[in-house]
Design a protein around this ligand. Structure first.
Ligand SMILES: Nc1nc2c(ncn2[C@@H]2O[C@H](COP(=O)(O)OP(=O)(O)O)[C@@H](O)[C@H]2O)c(=O)[nH]1
Ligand SMILES: [Mg+2]
Length: 452
């Protein structure tokens, strides 16, 4: 991982495209911007130049657009050259091979961003924001990544550290001059400050419960009795005639999944076979799969035919329909409502629907999005969601601060309390990467794409 090396990688995926980008970072970038482009002098920085890239033997490889970024003013902090060539993998390979022949080496995954971090161009949370921005698979995940990259968590950590340092200063003054009164402040001041900070850190750590949903999305199973309108609901949610809709009961047997677009989170809806007593061997096998889907889904949409007597559900489904984990879709609202419907699962949230055509899709998608937030499966619109790594450090910091606070109850133990505060500071420092930890960095950057 020597920063004196010049590294090279394609920054765009392998495959055919209109254009592809090859990135070069390191000391050779400067002279390569002359040699490879057939220029007598290196390219002026930050100006695009169209030129023919020639390999070491002087053979033309491709017409490229080159941009040079000077050290100190580039993403990585070092000298960088970006070549945009035509998006043929053979051309990309020839350019990369030529750069290797000229003394560069292949970049490791995430090495460009790691250099940016090591050069102090960004803190560790921002580097994570770069990876998150690339991998985000929903609007909320994109927004979270954008905020991370903009340094929002880094600024919070800086503010928490400031607060802690000032409390620590008070404690240290007390250690140095134990006979003197603490500065014109309530003697319980430091303890209260530590408790407040600890609870704030724990609260932020708790937001990591939404990290998996943000990254991996949620699975929503559509369940209910035959003919209630489950397949119609899947089609309405996904805006596509994905599942067969038929007045014949027992049409759906295999489960069918499809992405629900237009939601802030990546949500996959799963249509399942209707659950009823009896049925043939194949239908029963389908029902077994329905129950498995219901049990493994994050959330359930229970479709009921509002015009018919409420369904009697198998006990396994009733167990899976835990409070706060389902939304009842009372379908067929175009027909007269059955009088027993209001007393069916009266405490579960419900939404009316008419799924005869797909016009209800928009409204039901919004209802589902809101239900997921209500069920605490998805973060609210403005909530900052920290990662599992951040949460681990925040919890350790909060724990150390709690310890420090209780140590303050005994005057002689101020020194120990100060020690615990310093541990909390270190834990906060890990979040932004102030504390060096080579193994953690290796692990973190290994999850990046090559070329980023
Ligand atoms: N009247 C009425 N019929 C509906 C409504 N939604 C679905 N259906 C009909 O109910 C039948 C069963 O629908 P389907 O989606 O296949 O139900 P599933 O068995 O639960 O998947 C079909 O004939 C649909 O056209 C509705 O809102 N009102
Ligand atoms: Mg069906």
């Amino acid at each position: 991982m020597d920063v004196q090396d010049t590294i090279v990688a394609a920054a765009t995926p392998a495959g055919r495209s209109a254009l592809a980008v090859v990135r070069i970072d390191g000391p050779l970038a400067y002279e390569l911007s002359a040699k490879g482009l057939g220029r007598s002098a290196p390219l002026p920085e930050r100006r695009a130049a169209a030129a023919v890239w020639r390999d070491l033997r002087g053979e033309p490889v491709d017409q490229v657009v080159a941009v040079r970024w000077a050290a100190g003013r580039s993403f990585t902090g070092g000298d960088t050259l970006e070549l945009t060539c035509h998006g043929n993998p053979l051309l990309v390979r020839r350019i990369v091979e030529d750069l290797l022949a000229r003394g560069a080496r292949m970049a490791e995954p995430g090495e460009f961003t790691r250099r940016a971090y090591l050069a102090g161009r960004m803190d560790l949370t921002q580097a994570e924001g770069v990876a998150d921005l690339i991998h985000a698979n929903g609007e909320r995940a994109l927004e979270a990544a954008r905020r991370l990259l903009a340094g929002e968590l880094g600024r919070l950590v800086a503010a928490w550290s400031e607060r802690l340092l000032s409390t620590l200063a008070t404690l240290e003054a007390h250690i140095d001059f134990p006979e003197e009164d603490l500065p014109a402040e309530d003697p319980r001041g430091p303890a209260a400050a530590l408790a407040a900070l600890a609870s704030e850190l724990s609260e932020y750590a708790r937001t990591a419960r939404h990290d998996a949903a943000l990254r991996g999305g949620l699975r929503v199973a559509v369940v209910g009795a035959p003919n209630a309108g489950k397949s119609s609901l899947l089609n309405a949610l996904t805006g596509a005639a994905r599942a067969l809709v038929s007045p014949e009961a027992g049409t759906t047997r295999d489960w069918i999944e499809a992405p629900v677009g237009g939601l802030p989170l990546a949500v996959t809806a799963v249509d399942t076979a209707g659950l009823r007593e009896g049925g043939g061997a194949v239908e029963r096998a389908g029902m077994e799969r329905s129950l498995e889907q219901a049990e493994s889904a994050h959330f359930l949409l229970l479709v009921v035919d509002a015009s018919a007597p409420p369904p009697s559900l198998p006990p396994r489904l009733t167990t899976a329909l835990r409070p706060g984990r389902c939304l009842i879709v009372a379908n067929k609202s175009d027909l007269p409502q059955h009088p027993a419907l209001p007393s069916f699962m009266p405490n579960a949230p419900r939404v009316k629907a008419c799924l005869l055509d797909s016009r209800d899709g928009e409204r039901l998608r919004a209802a589902l999005a809101a239900a997921l937030v209500d069920a605490d499966l998805a973060p609210g619109a403005d909530e900052l969601v920290v990662s599992v790594r951040h949460a681990d450090a925040l919890r350790r910091a909060a724990g150390a601060l709690e310890d420090a606070r209780s140590l303050l109850n005994a005057p002689a133990r101020t020194e120990l309390a100060a020690e615990r505060c310093r541990e909390a500071l270190d834990a906060l420092g890990e979040i932004v990467g102030r504390i060096d930890n080579e193994r953690m960095l290796d692990k973190l950057f290994a999850s990046f794409c090559i070329g980023k």
